[in-house]
Ligand binder design. Structure first.
Ligand code: SAM
Ligand code: DTB
Ligand code: SF4
Length: 362
């Protein structure tokens, strides 16, 4: 069976799924003239994905606030005095009800977040989470969790319960990371990502723009992601949501992220990890429809829907529906992976070499 090809070509743009990117190669792509970067990213996007499909995902904070970590952007850390009030873990039935509503609203992926450093030995809560995962999986949705650090055994149990994906962000480059978070290391994050990968769960790992990073840190993050033994199936690109009371929310001297920064980051991610879902995640409240269009053209193919992310605001559902209509976009079905043999019959894409790599397919 045809499984994977090494190189695709469309409109003079050549694309390969490869893990041996150098940082310089990624920097060269990142700093292309904007019009050229957008053209290449759009072409790569069309070689691997149906550009009319954008996945709608729903987030739910199943355990909010009271987190012991010191992530300097986060509303949920006990170290910062923010609007968030810690609340206990939600009941299984409430969570499943929320997933049902999300599915009815057209969402095909449901992501449950908990404000924890790690799952640790929270036995009771873990059993409830396994039940939630079984329930959401049973509805035919993709089911994702983000619960902090996981052991290999916990990852295996989540897989067994039907977890599709695990979100664990690296946030920024290894060099800038200690300026943002001091209570855990980059290595810790990479270990959880490896545990998730080894359990056969798909990896969702990305970052945030607006943490006071340099462009070289953005390139550095993409370099780490694109040189993992397998590219994450999902890369969320967040724009910092500045929360009052957090060190980053209160800082004046940090330049805010604009739509061109986001489009550049998304386009570069699209080019260096062509088979990956690139998620336009937090920060959409600050971008107009025209700006978000730029990000879809750059290769973003997923958004979070509903008027709340975990603790902060997200565009209203109806406004997003109107945006989809305006752009001619439709929702992506659950579990639909990248195009395997795009436009072979029409001859639009020339396949030059075939190589097997079944892990890359949903
Ligand atoms: N506690 C778990 C963890 O940190 O892995 C899971 C939840 S955590 C809130 C999920 C991700 O949301 C973080 O890794 C970070 O990338 C993103 N995030 C949190 N606060 C944010 C903010 N104010 N703006 C943008 N992204 C944010
Ligand atoms: C991701 O990268 N972004 C989402 C999801 N993964 C879990 C979370 C965004 C959180 C934004 C801030 C908040 O609402 O608290
Ligand atoms: Fe805790 Fe996650 Fe927020 Fe960091 S990002 S403070 S680990 S909830």
């Amino acid at each position: 069976m045809f499984e994977d090809e090494e190189t695709r070509e469309l409109g003079g743009v050549v694309s390969t799924v490869r893990q041996n990117w150098t940082k310089q190669e990624i920097a060269d792509i990142y700093s292309l003239p904007f019009h050229e970067l957008m053209y290449r990213a759009s072409a790569v996007h069309r070689m691997y994905w149906d550009p009319s499909e954008v996945q709608q995902c729903t987030l739910l904070s199943i355990k909010t606030g009271g987190c012991t970590e010191d992530c300097s952007y986060c509303s949920q850390s006990t170290r910062h005095n923010t609007f968030v009030k810690p609340t206990p873990t939600m009941k299984v039935q409430e969570v499943l009800e929320a997933a049902r509503r999300a599915k009815e609203a057209g969402s095909t992926r449901f992501c449950m977040g908990a404000a924890w450093r790690e799952l640790g030995n929270k036995k009771n809560a873990f059993n409830h989470i396994l039940e939630m995962v079984r329930g959401v999986n049973g509805m035919g949705m993709e089911v994702c969790c983000t619960l902090g650090m996981l052991t290999a055994e916990q990852a295996r149990e989540l897989k067994e319960a039907g977890l599709s994906a695990y979100n664990h962000n690296l946030d920024t480059s290894p060099e800038h990371y200690p300026n943002v978070i001091t209570t855990r290391s980059y290595e810790d994050r990479l270990q959880t990502i490896a545990n998730v990968r080894d359990a056969g769960i798909s990896v969702c790992c990305g970052g945030i723009l607006g943490l006071g990073e340099e462009e070289s840190d953005r390139v550095g993050l993409l370099h780490v992601l694109a040189t993992l033994p397998e590219h994450p199936e999902s890369v969320p690109i967040n724009a910092l949501v500045a929360v009052e009371g957090t060190p980053l929310g209160d800082k004046d001297e940090i330049d805010s992220v604009d739509a061109f920064d986001m489009a550049r980051m998304i386009a570069t991610a699209r080019i260096v990890m062509p088979r990956t879902m690139v998620r336009l995640s937090a920060g959409r409240m600050s971008f107009s429809h025209a700006e978000q269009y730029l990000m879809f053209q750059a290769g973003a193919n997923s958004i979070f829907n509903g008027d709340k992310l975990l603790t902060t605001a997200n565009p209203e559902f109806d406004k997003d529906q109107a945006m989809f209509q305006k752009f001619g976009l439709k929702g992506k079905p659950a579990h639909k992976g990248p195009l395997v043999a795009p436009a072979e019959s029409s001859g639009e894409v020339v396949i030059t070499k075939v190589q097997g790599n079944s892990q890359q397919f949903a």
